[in-house]
Design a protein around this ligand. Structure first.
Ligand code: APR
Length: 334
């Protein structure tokens, strides 16, 4: 009897994500929360789908009762709440707004469902996950095994774009490619050399083609923004990715599925094997995560990476620690 909540469920990501979660037969209760009242209509609409999850909508209220009703007793909470960047808004403006939203929602989780698995989609994930961790630490409920930044869209893009790059566009689902690092631009490191099955050696011999593929994966979001021409950013592929990761967490935690491994941006600070494989003491990093009944069962070290991937790792490590610190400072020095 899995109870799931989507916070920010009336949004571009939230609506399709909620719909996809409604199709998961493991979920028996699906609670949709947002600041806008239309979330009740979204829930009503989705509730007509003939799958087990009983679906309800909850609106943010000044007394906190709306959030309390959405969260109490929840096993898994997925957070796509936030604001997308609007004209005239700087990256710092966006950071401050989304950071505040994630902080407030994390406080609600700490209070009403401290044992839930928490999956954060709200950007910048590199900073919002540390923000949630700080809130949970302050409330005495931080469990690094249960907090995840969703990086699955980078995994999904890696498979799709690699298949296209080798002229096998129908074979996207055949490739499993670990993606490590963070969840924006240069912090995203697709380990193409570790693809299973292996990508053809001709791809690795053509350095320009390889670099173009990596850049396309790292900045895949820009392709969508451009194509939507002012109509927003990636929502549908992100919803799919969020759903896929939520399903992986649920199947390992509640359905006893073994051997579920998925990259995710998680707390690595107290795992020496991992930080040594990264080559830096860092608090959060995306690595392949083995999932189980309590969430993170095991983190997988980086393994053999190519000299080119080492360069990508260096570029990631120039940016990522600052993003983590920015999140921590947002809570510690408001
Ligand atoms: N609590 C709950 N929901 C909120 C809150 C809040 N405090 N603040 C905003 N929301 C809701 C909005 O009302 C909206 O329905 O979050 C939803 C966000 O949806 P969109 O504006 O359509 O944005 P979307 O494209 O879905 O992106 C959401 O995910 O990928 C990230 O960068 C993206 O941070 C952004 C987030």
């Amino acid at each position: 009897m899995v109870k799931a909540a989507v916070l920010g469920a009336a949004g571009g990501i939230g609506q399709p994500l909620a719909l996809l979660l409604k199709t998961d037969p493991a979920i028996k209760e699906l609670r949709l929360f947002d600041v806008v009242p239309v979330v009740k209509g979204v829930a009503q609409d989705i509730s007509h789908v003939d799958t087990p999850a009983v679906t309800s909508g909850h609106v943010k209220s000044d007394d906190g009762e709306g959030l309390k009703a959405a969260l109490t007793g929840c096993d898994i909470v997925v957070i796509p709440a936030g604001v997308p960047r609007k004209p005239g808004m700087t990256r710092d403006d966006l950071f401050n707004i989304n950071a505040g939203i994630v902080r407030d929602l994390a406080q609600g989780i700490a209070q009403h469902c401290p044992k839930a698995f928490v999956l954060i989609i709200s950007n910048p994930v590199n900073s919002t996950v540390p923000i949630a961790a700080e809130v949970f630490k302050a409330a005495g409920v931080f469990d690094p095994k249960r907090l995840f930044g969703v990086t699955t869209l980078d995994v999904v893009r890696s498979s799709t774009m690699s298949a296209q790059a080798i002229d096998k566009p129908n074979s996207a689902d055949e490739f499993t490619i670990p993606v490590i690092g963070g969840h924006s631009g240069h912090t995203i490191i697709p380990l193409l050399s570790q693809s299973k099955p292996a990508l053809p050696s001709s791809l690795f011999e053509d350095k320009e083609k390889l670099a173009a593929l990596v850049k396309r994966i790292q900045f895949g979001g820009d392709e969508v923004v451009e194509a939507k021409a002012g109509g927003g950013s990636a929502t549908l592929s992100m919803a799919y990715a969020g759903f896929r990761f939520a399903q992986q967490v649920i199947s390992a935690a509640f359905n006893g599925k073994k051997g579920v491994i998925a990259p995710s941006y998680v707390y690595v600070a107290d795992n020496k094997e991992i930080t040594q494989s990264i080559g830096k003491d860092i608090a959060f990093f995306s690595v392949p995560v083995e999932l189980g009944p309590s969430g993170v069962e095991k983190l997988h070290p980086l393994g053999d990476i190519s000299p080119y991937e080492k360069e990508l790792l260096s570029a990631c490590l120039e940016e990522l620690p600052g993003s983590i610190t920015k999140g921590v400072q947002f809570i510690q020095q408001p």
